[in-house]
Design a protein around this ligand. Structure first.
Ligand SMILES: Cc1ncc(COP(=O)(O)O)c(C=O)c1O
Length: 378
């Protein structure tokens, strides 16, 4: 099994300067993504589209790499511009009736809030499920689920890092006949996620966080069984079966997830995303998760020892790569002080947020703790 974190770290040029602990914000590009982008630039500048077949093959490799990452089939994956784009395809593709209920947890990133609120104009009722002690209890979700049309959750909460028990939620959704939609961006590449095991109908994620790909290139999974419940919300020349037969108009949708792609894809971004997914798959996401657990466990212990309050739930399967913590009213200054020392963390939902990936190391955490020690909470 892969265990060489020193070699892995070398694939991230950002580590030469910074303790980059903001992978839940915008992560640095992996070397694999950088190489794929450079190859694309050479190809497009030296050959134009004369060898576009190579690009098409590369895009299909991205589709299958993402499919493997989430446990789906390649024909259940569509390319999207970002997470919001994928979630919007769901919100705007279902044939809603007035009174239909959508459930979302509290503390969702707005990408998983506004697409549903926009449906209120159609009479859809959006309910927020409260958090208790930093967790969104599955029992509370189960209590509210009967009669709902759709449940949409982030696999991992962007603010405090709480990881939802997707297999448990998928099971109750199936029991109640509720569609299950997941914003996967804070989980994919950091912790294992299997769409079939979790009975997920729809999942969307951009590649710019734990997948260490570029911004603006994402994937959307649609369970084959749920494909016909979703009409393509955006229609262009590519949704249809005979998309290359420009002179013959025949509005027959593709049978696979390709029906959700309306026009020319973001080829450079998606090729880079695919290369990054392959690099992570070759390390194995289980293994990456283990490393992230080790790093975050250490960080949590250090933070507590230094007098910080850790807000992230850490027991059982609740943990993730996000460690949210507060000191006192001077947290804003701590953030700025860290940044001036080349240590990158974030401030979200009233707390500092560190999010180490597997390429980070204990020295990076030490650099963060040094800045924080200099500013211990009073
Ligand atoms: C949970 C979650 N969803 C979505 C996004 C970003 O959405 P998009 O890919 O549409 O830019 C973020 C970014 O912070 C996030 O934390």
């Amino acid at each position: 099994m892969f265990a060489d974190w020193i070699t892995f770290r070398k694939q991230f040029a950002v580590t030469q300067r910074y303790a980059y602990l903001n992978n839940a914000g915008v992560a640095p590009l992996s070397a694999a993504a950088v190489h794929a982008l450079r190859d694309y630039l050479d190809e497009a500048s030296e050959h134009g589209a004369l060898r576009y077949r190579n690009i098409v093959e590369g895009l299909e490799s991205t589709r299958s790499a993402f499919a493997r990452l989430v446990g789906a089939a390649a024909d259940e994956i569509a390319f999207v511009a970002n997470t919001s784009d994928g979630l919007s395809l769901v919100a705007n593709g279902i044939d809603w009736k007035p009174g239909d209920r959508v459930l979302i947890p509290e503390h969702e990133f707005p990408a998983n809030v506004y697409p549903w609120l926009a449906l209120e104009r159609k009479g859809v009722v959006v309910e927020r499920i409260p958090f208790v002690d930093g967790r969104c209890p599955p029992e509370e979700i189960a209590r509210r689920l009967p009669g709902a049309k759709l449940l949409s959750v982030s696999a991992v909460c962007y603010a405090n890092g709480f990881r939802f028990d997707l297999p448990a939620l998928g099971e109750i959704c199936q029991r109640e006949g509720v569609l299950f939609c997941v914003d996967g961006i804070q989980a994919l590449g950091a912790v294992p996620l299997d769409v079939k095991q979790s009975r997920i109908h729809f999942l969307a994620a951009d590649g710019h966080k734990w997948l260490v790909g570029p911004e603006g290139a994402g994937c959307f999974y649609v369970d084959r069984e749920a494909m016909d419940q979703l009409f393509p919300a955006k229609v262009g020349w590519r949704n249809v079966k005979n998309d290359l037969d420009f002179a013959n108009i025949d509005f027959t949708l593709k049978e696979d997830a390709g029906r959700f792609e309306e026009g020319t894809p973001n080829a450079p971004g998606l090729l880079a995303l695919g290369a990054s997914c392959e690099a992570l798959l070759s390390v194995d996401v289980e293994h990456i998760a283990h490393r992230i657990k080790e790093l975050t466990d250490h960080l949590v212990a250090e933070l507590k020892g230094a007098g910080y309050h850790v807000r992230s739930p850490r027991s059982g399967q609740d943990w993730s790569g996000i460690v949210s913590f507060t000191g006192d009213k001077n947290d804003g200054e701590r953030l700025a002080a860290a940044q001036s020392e080349g240590v990158f963390i974030a401030y979200r939902d009233g707390a500092l947020r560190a999010s180490p990936h597997a390429y980070n190391n204990f020295d990076d955490l030490e650099r963060l703790m040094r800045v924080l020690h200099a500013q211990r909470p009073k």
